[in-house]
Design a protein around this ligand. Sequence first.
Ligand SMILES: [Zn+2]
Length: 506
Amino acid sequence: MPVATFVLPASLALQLLSGAAPAKPAAPAATAVSATGAKAAAPATGAKAAAPAYSQAVAEKLIGPALTEGQAYARLAELTDGIGPRLSGSEAAEAAVQWALRSFKADGVKAWTEPVKVPRWVRGEERGEVLASERTRGHPLSLLALGGSPPTAPEGLTAEVVEVTSLEELAALGGAVKGKIVFFNHTMSVAADYGRFAGLRGRGPAVAAKAGAVGALVRSLATASLRTPHTGSTRFEDGGPRIPAASIATEDADLLHRMLAGGAVRVKVVLGSSELPDADSHNVIAEVRGREKPQEIVLISAHLDSWDVGTGAHDDGAGVVMVMEAARLIAKLPQAPRRTVRVVLFMNEENGLRGARAYAEAHAAELPRHVAAMEMDAGGGRPLGVSLRAGAGGQELVRPWLKPLVALGAGTFSAREAGGADLSPMVSARVPFFGVEVDSSRYFDVHHTMADTLDKVDPQDLARSTAATAWATYALAEMPGLLVRPEPPPVPSGPPAVSPAKASGH
Ligand SMILES: [Zn+2]
């Protein structure tokens, strides 16, 4: 058996988590095992191992309860089953704000709200069909309006379909899409493809509208489907043309593709969505004040809003409960970490990033004292590693603190750079980012669908990622050195903002 300075009895803890034994006997057992491991470490290695950079007792106090108490999952049930879908501006979104405030207070963590004006897009009636022709008796389409889509006329929109697989292909068609419904098809098959094809949903309808199209259908950005369409936001330019836009299930995209190979296809779409006036909402902020350098802030975050379908269990309920639990466990430590740990539950990540911008504006003067920031927003999968976005020497600084993450499967650095949509307004302030990378290989099976519900989250995976989040947060707040701030983003030089090479990049 390998000798580690910190031996986390993960298998034992996870057995306990499954509910076989009450929580009470767990603590002594866990302590005894890790104490034995710790005692054995120095003699067994022969050479005098340097003392760990961190306190093993603290690591046990954070990781043990995260694995055994099931608090994150219980909270996730409150948020998803209790409150449900919580699109920005909805009553449920506000209920989630109040729930988060109450929960932080119950945990003994100081919390408050900060105002955010959010867009208020509301889904209405929606349906679509492939119209009958000499080649088919017709088919219903499984679709969801994209967030931001205008409605069709009450009688619906009927037009011929034109298929494209890229914005370049759309541009090449020129005026040929005039009066047509543009169907954006693609080949997403794994989670890593999301970034590659997300532009078809985000910008495709606006580009099609400018070219004279009357509607847009986008193949769901998905890694699996049981004929479940995946929604998401689409953006139109202020003052630019807007056309009704919906996502369709991948099965229906395949059907359209097959039918288009044989000739013209006409579809009818009815969307009853509406855009109401901006609504008052809130970010929820909570804080555990640092003992030595309270002015230095380690920010951990997730987004409280979700789409209006499903209950946002993976996106982003999982991230919300991970960072809430990290704060609860850190607040319970006998001694606070050196720096302040601040939790931000952002509002409106999904269709506007208004919460992210409101935070960055309200705290602009403080951003130079944000020494690290993280957003958990890739679902509730098991932890795989730690990511960073910092200046030179970041990994060397953090590495001695990773050992407690080894037993969780997250003790190494990910090749991916840390980041998060809600952190993007902090890039120009050169805030270093960190993250706990989670297994998101199945995340896009349910992302933005009716199927993103609590049953899709594995309690043990969630507990492990929560434990890793709590430890990584503590490490950044406690380690003596500071991450070097990353280089500022490149300033676009000269009038052509984007070079043709970049615009057509993979
Ligand atoms: Zn999200």
